[in-house]
Design a protein around this ligand. Sequence first.
Ligand code: NAD
Length: 254
Amino acid sequence: MGIYAITGAATGIGAALKSQLLAAGHELVSVDIKAGDVIADLSTAEGREAAIAGIRERAPDGLDGFIPCAGLPPVARPLSLIAQVNYFAVVATVEGLKDLVAMKRGSVLIVASNSAPMIPRDDPFVDACLAGDELAACAHIEIRDGHTAYAGSKRAVTTWMRRNIVSYARAGVRMNAVAPGITRTPLSEQVMSDDELGPAMQAFGKSVPWGGTAQPEQIANVMRFLLSEDANFVCGSVVFVDGGSDAMLRSDDF
Ligand code: NAD
């Protein structure tokens, strides 16, 4: 059985994956701002350091997998928090744990979104994130909007994963991303009930080709597979789990 570390497992998709990994007999180290083995605010540099140190202390012999699942919705304010948690905390914790995952030829699974491709690849917010300039990205996003902050942070983190795949794979880390569609969690409930973004999200939910929205367990099922030995040649992939929405919107791009 393996040992995995996960952020953002207090609720939603992270909580579903945590239950599944524990039920399969794995050990788990969880990091969250609300509840977990390590309590840390990943929007701050101190919180990221505490998360990395807490995981290292509990898994000194290496990790079979790391899942930076913590995320904030497009309705979070200030918008810079979305950049800090959804992009900069992910990159900082993945980088900070790379050697620990490599010790076991383990796997990193980024939690992206099917909204990521909705932001152009040359968006200045995405560029600032990928340049690693947290101050500039946070300053810039304050003059934009919640959708750009959320989907842009997911585009940036997905692109970061793909740009770094050679270095990670050669170091012995298999890295992939899952891109969920609308999933019933506290995060999506906040967006659904927002006056501005709610109606658009509800309409998007009704357009899903396969019908309906996902339960967190449906996303966790695929994440568990991607982390497992059954997926040990899947590397650098972005796996959409969204009932066909991305294929409907971008049929010719893959
Ligand atoms: P959720 O709100 O249920 O879970 C998010 C978790 O992140 C919570 O446990 C929360 O406490 C934690 N968190 C938030 N801010 C934090 C901080 N500063 N420091 C530490 N922990 C923090 O939401 P979810 O829907 O399960 O989201 C999980 C991931 O899935 C996120 O990255 C989200 O962007 C992504 N996602 C969700 C959907 C969806 O429709 N729910 C769709 C695509 C992608």
